[in-house]
Design a protein around this ligand. Structure first.
Ligand code: CUA
Length: 353
């Protein structure tokens, strides 16, 4: 219906219908209320207009009337609240097996890196019918990643990750906007979301010039010397990073938290703030030494160390390769004792430029 009468942008994601239904409900409720108020104003103005010889009487309150006009709006508001909460949590909770894309915003462009390897600027290719999770950060100021056809919008902040997700339902090309004023070229910070059939998407992905993001991360990990402390044999001065992601970690100050993307990111850039219990504060900060894209690659690598199951439908080269590599790494390091580092024991790292 709405496609032939475009008051709304296209509905092209699984959440779009839910958002629109709630929005239409709000329009109807507020429209009816406005109609009721204006009708009563006109009715009362006519009914109780001034007539010669008639004096106005004072009307005392009516408890039943007040109970009715308090209870009915309360119930309507509770429906809106409950319904809104359901849609909100659905939209805020990325499915666990979603394909991941790292987004770096900067004045004034979007840089997108698929965990599987492709990089894009101001354009994001995704397959139809697959959950896609965007892990986003900004290099400078606050931006906002907005896809009207998918009904999703999320601020993109410097210094931390924010997340949003969608599942596209229709092939096509959709607008991507920056929805937070971010400087003189803000209005030019636009792009497109290209939703393809899975086969077309696989063909497009096969043209990737770079390897999986986790493999780039592994290379950076070795180059920065992370592997000399973070070893998988528990002999290192830093914690073993395998199996860390997604699990609870106990901090030196007694807190326990889940090691999510933001935790890993903070540990790289501000290692003192969330130090693991039982480890010395000897890790230097990498703030200024790695850019946002390198942090993303490192995070993707550390995540890949923890994920043993293949990601989503089409097996990605990243996950299947990493699962194999981690095993190789394990046995190689156990066999070789102290000396083996990831760059020596992991064949993939050396293939990637
Ligand atoms: Cu970026 Cu507005």
């Amino acid at each position: 219906m709405l496609n032939n009468f475009p008051l709304w942008p296209q509905q092209a994601s699984t959440i779009a219908g839910n958002v629109d239904a709630l929005y239409i409900f709000l329009l109807i409720v507020t429209g009816m209320m406005a109609l009721l108020v204006f009708s009563l104003v006109i009715f009362f103005a006519a009914r109780f207009r001034h007539r010669p010889g008639v004096r106005a009487e004072q009307v005392e309150g009516s408890t039943p009337l007040e109970v009715v006009w308090s209870t009915i709006p309360f119930l309507i508001f509770m429906v809106i609240f409950g319904w809104g909460a359901v849609v909100f949590f659905k939209e805020r909770t990325p499915p666990a097996d979603a394909t991941e894309v790292y987004v770096v915003a900067k004045q004034w462009m979007w840089k997108l890196e698929h965990a599987e390897g492709q990089r894009e600027i101001n354009e994001l290719h995704v397959p139809v019918g697959r959950d896609v999770k965007l892990i986003m950060t900004s290099q400078d100021v606050i931006h906002s990643f907005y896809i009207p056809a998918f009904r999703i919008k999320q601020d993109v902040l410097p210094g931390r990750y924010t997340v949003e997700w969608f599942k596209a339902t229709k092939p096509g090309v959709y607008h991507l906007f920056c929805a937070e004023y971010c400087g003189t070229q803000h209005s030019g910070m636009v792009g497109s979301i290209v939703v393809q059939q899975p086969a077309d998407y696989e063909a497009w992905m096969a043209g990737a010039s770079t390897g999986p993001l986790s493999v780039s991360g592994e290379k950076i990990f070795a180059e920065l010397g992370c592997s000399s402390c973070h070893r998988s044999d528990m002999q290192g001065r830093g914690p073993n990073l395998q199996g860390v992601f997604g699990n609870p970690v106990q901090l030196e100050d007694g807190r326990t938290m889940i090691a999510d993307e933001n935790y890993l990111r903070q540990c790289i850039l501000d290692p003192g703030s969330k130090r693991l219990k039982g480890f010395q504060p000897i890790m230097p900060t990498f703030q200024g030494l790695v850019d946002e894209e390198q942090v993303n690659a490192l995070v993707a690598y550390i995540k890949a160390m923890s994920i043993s199951k293949p990601m989503d439908g089409a097996k990605t080269s990243a996950s299947s390769a990493m699962a194999g590599e981690v095993e190789v790494n394990d046995s190689a390091e156990q066999g070789a004792g102290q000396s083996a580092g990831p760059s020596q024991s992991l064949p993939h790292g050396s293939q990637v430029q």
